[in-house]
Design a protein around this ligand. Structure first.
Ligand SMILES: Cc1cc2nc3c(=O)[nH]c(=O)nc-3n(C[C@H](O)[C@H](O)[C@H](O)COP(=O)(O)O)c2cc1C
Length: 181
């Protein structure tokens, strides 16, 4: 037996790519947004896509600055991840609120988050309007990961390298079970 799922909840069935924190900066405004809707799009060039609601402050900042940083939070940051996804940078400074430290980027002027275990610096290639969101397609100009947690191929089996998955509302999944096929 299967039961119909409301269309406006259908994304919850596949909504389990790891949660990321995207940082943006335009002039003197720096912001952090929590995103579950992210996807790699191309190997060469390395392109990734992040889908951000048209009303969000981050959408405005990235549209203007044409760059952003994808920050990968480890499991220990889950409460801060939730906070950055429930308040808008229009009202609060989320770096102060979450007590995240700014980390200078290597190739772009938007900073990353020091406490995250990986950072991908992206230059905006294209914005595709998709319903009430915009898909920001970014070209990765520089990427780095904590060297004891990423072996050059994939994340290692370590409690610190556990990633965060979002099930919906305030429910998260944190798992670290490796299976070699
Ligand atoms: C776990 C989680 C995942 C989220 N994923 C997305 C997403 O993929 N796209 C989006 O537009 N908003 C997403 N949100 C909502 C934004 O993070 C939230 O509305 C945020 O406050 C917007 O911040 P801003 O106005 O400072 O840009 C998510 C929130 C949470 C808690």
């Amino acid at each position: 037996m299967k039961e119909e799922v409301l269309i406006n909840k259908a994304n919850r069935l596949i909504n389990t790519g790891c949660v990321i924190l995207v940082t943006s900066k335009y002039l003197d405004k720096t912001n952090i947004i929590t995103l579950a809707w992210q996807t790699p799009l191309s190997h060469d060039p390395m392109l990734i896509g992040v889908s951000i609601a048209k009303t969000h402050f981050s959408n405005e900042l990235i549209t203007k600055s044409k760059e952003f940083v994808v920050n990968v939070p480890g499991a220990s940051l889950v409460d801060k991840v939730h906070t950055c996804g429930t308040v808008s940078g229009r009202e609060v400074d989320k770096f102060s609120l979450s007590e995240f430290n700014v980390q200078d980027s290597n190739k772009i002027s938007t900073p990353g988050i020091k406490e995250c275990i990986g950072n991908l610096e992206c230059q905006l290639e294209e914005i595709v309007s998709v319903g009430d969101h915009d898909l920001f397609i970014g070209k990765v100009l520089y990427a780095q990961a904590q060297n004891d947690l990423f072996d050059g191929e994939c994340w290692k089996l370590s409690p610190e390298a556990e990633l965060i998955y979002h099930l919906g509302s305030n429910m998260y999944l944190i798992s670290n079970k490796l299976y070699k096929a």
